[in-house]
Design a protein around this ligand. Structure first.
Ligand SMILES: Cc1cc2nc3c(=O)[nH]c(=O)nc-3n(C[C@H](O)[C@H](O)[C@H](O)COP(=O)(O)O)c2cc1C
Length: 318
């Protein structure tokens, strides 16, 4: 019997052909199954301001840690530069993934507060060198995407010809030390076990993510958030999340369930590739409106009041 294809909400990323191992499909389904109760009496217009690592940002919706978008667009600039410029104009946190130093410097020069995410290179000296370079270029924070160790063949992955390798708790502690007074974030945490190891290593934050499906059958990051947040409740660790956050409604659900801030990833791609910075600004403005609408109707006045008890799954509070 042919399996029914999940239609997905209008305007969202079209779901690929059904593949049960594809964690992206499970993100979308889970996010869409989370419903919200209304607490409108006494509710006022919400404030979206985010305080993070000593700075103030306009919204908890952040740019993604993208990479490899280096084809020059009609403006003569790369999409990496364009979304960094959008972050600067909107006062959002900017994230950058695997980029050589020269590209990283040109992106950082756009002026946005930027977090540099470095691959878990087999050559640890390269990681230390890139941390130092990011610090010299005023990074808001640095990190490693610890969920990119293995490739689809189950061996250590190789990206752009560069071998990647394992990350131990001691490695993380060494990166934290090298980062010094710059905050260090581990990107790609999907369990309490790893979250606690990151905390022990001294990370300032974790990014709850599976990197748009690196782990077959990976649980939706939003499903992992509540337990992780609870496990870190006695700490000052910041918790970020991404994966299929495409609307302000998705963002709200992640924030209510324990994220301090979220990244919109592939959701910005259509606008970014078509209209550059302006396309990204349009997308995030709309997401901010949706987030504000949802916070207003649930009686959440600002980010400090986020409350998981407004969310229900299959008719039950989580
Ligand atoms: C083109 C592209 C490049 C990416 N490069 C990186 C990277 O270098 N480092 C990283 O940590 N994540 C990288 N990611 C993963 C994103 O940061 C994000 O975790 C993922 O796309 C999930 O969010 P989404 O479902 O909203 O797209 C990349 C994603 C895309 C689409």
């Amino acid at each position: 019997m042919e399996e029914k294809k999940w239609p997905g909400p209008k305007g969202m990323i079209p779901e690929p052909e059904r593949n049960a191992a594809d964690a992206n499909m499970h993100n979308r389904r889970y996010l869409d199954e989370l419903l919200v109760e209304m607490r409108v009496i006494d509710a006022l217009e919400p404030d979206l301001t985010l305080q993070l690592f000593g700075k103030t940002f306009a919204s908890p919706i952040m740019m993604p840690a993208f990479s490899h978008l280096n084809k020059v667009g009609i403006t003569g600039r790369t999409p990496m530069q364009e979304y960094a410029a959008a972050a600067e104009e909107m006062n959002l946190v900017n994230w950058v993934g695997m980029e050589p130093d020269e590209e990283y410097a040109s992106i950082a020069a756009e002026g946005a507060s930027t977090v540099r995410i470095i691959k878990p290179f087999m050559d640890h000296d390269e990681i230390f060198r890139q941390i130092a370079f990011a610090k010299e270029h005023g990074a808001l924070a640095v990190g490693v995407d610890i969920d990119h160790v293995f490739g689809k063949n189950g061996k250590y992955d190789v990206v752009d010809g560069i071998p990647l390798g394992p990350v131990t708790t001691d490695d993380l502690a060494a990166y934290v030390k090298a980062a010094g007074d710059t905050q260090f974030v581990a990107k790609g945490v999907l369990s309490v076990t790893d979250a606690v190891k990151c905390e022990k290593a001294g990370c300032a934050g974790i990014f709850v993510s599976h990197h748009h499906g690196r782990l077959p059958f990976g649980i939706p990051p939003v499903m992992a958030l509540q337990e992780i947040r609870k496990a870190l409740s006695d700490t000052k660790m910041k918790v970020f999340a991404d994966c299929s956050i495409e609307s302000g409604y998705d963002a709200f659900k992640a924030l209510a369930l324990g994220a301090d801030a979220v990244s919109v990833g592939r959701g910005i791609l259509p606008g970014l590739l078509k209209e550059g910075k302006e396309g990204v600004i349009k997308k995030v403005k709309r997401m901010n409106e949706e987030l504000s609408e949802m916070m207003g109707y649930t009686g959440i006045g600002d980010l400090s009041q986020m409350d998981s008890s407004v969310i229900l799954h299959h008719g039950r509070h989580l």
